[in-house]
Design a protein around this ligand. Structure first.
Ligand SMILES: [Zn+2]
Length: 162
């Protein structure tokens, strides 16, 4: 079975920073990653590389930042008044917080705290990085109508509803 839209795909992968070959994440030794192909569940560059592959295929793909977690942008760094964080027990650099934006929820990293302002960075931690993936296709199956309607995988390795 070939990977196209409407397929549920299981892959094992290792992802490294292409600049220094440092491994960022891998599924080896754990459960494969399961995603719905064509539903933008995974980064565009990896999804494109998987198109047309079959079970058992192993390949390597280098994905530029723009096709991965985006380019790093200074525009995504903002200083906000510390009052915006009222009610939080502590605020310190390195903490992740979520905020509502026009595009839905965004994760922000707190990078600096002064007495009056907090600097937050909305860039993804992996933005600006070219990533190298080693991928093995473990399984491919048809997506159910329900999965297509929800835009994600159900069952083992997928999304669970209460
Ligand atoms: Zn669902």
């Amino acid at each position: 079975m070939t990977i196209t839209e409407r397929k549920v795909v299981s892959i094992h992968y290792t992802v490294a920073d292409a600049a220094n070959a440092e491994v960022i994440d891998k599924s080896d030794g754990g459960e494969p990653m399961v995603y719905l192909h064509g539903a933008q569940n995974i980064i565009p560059g990896l999804e494109q590389a998987l198109e047309g592959k079959v079970v058992g295929d192993e390949f390597e793909v280098t994905v530029e930042a723009a096709e991965a977690y985006g380019d790093y942008s200074e525009d995504r760094i903002q200083q906000v008044p510390i009052e915006a964080f009222e009610g939080m027990e502590k605020i310190e650099p390195g903490m992740m917080v979520t905020a509502e934006s026009d595009d839905g929820q965004v994760n922000l990293m707190i990078t600096e705290v002064t007495e009056t302002t907090v600097t937050v960075d909305a860039n993804h931690p992996l933005s600006g990085k070219t990533l190298k993936f080693d991928v093995k296709v473990e399984a491919v199956r048809d997506a159910s109508d329900e999965e297509m309607a929800h835009g994600h995988v159900h069952g083992a390795g997928g999304h669970h509803h209460d």
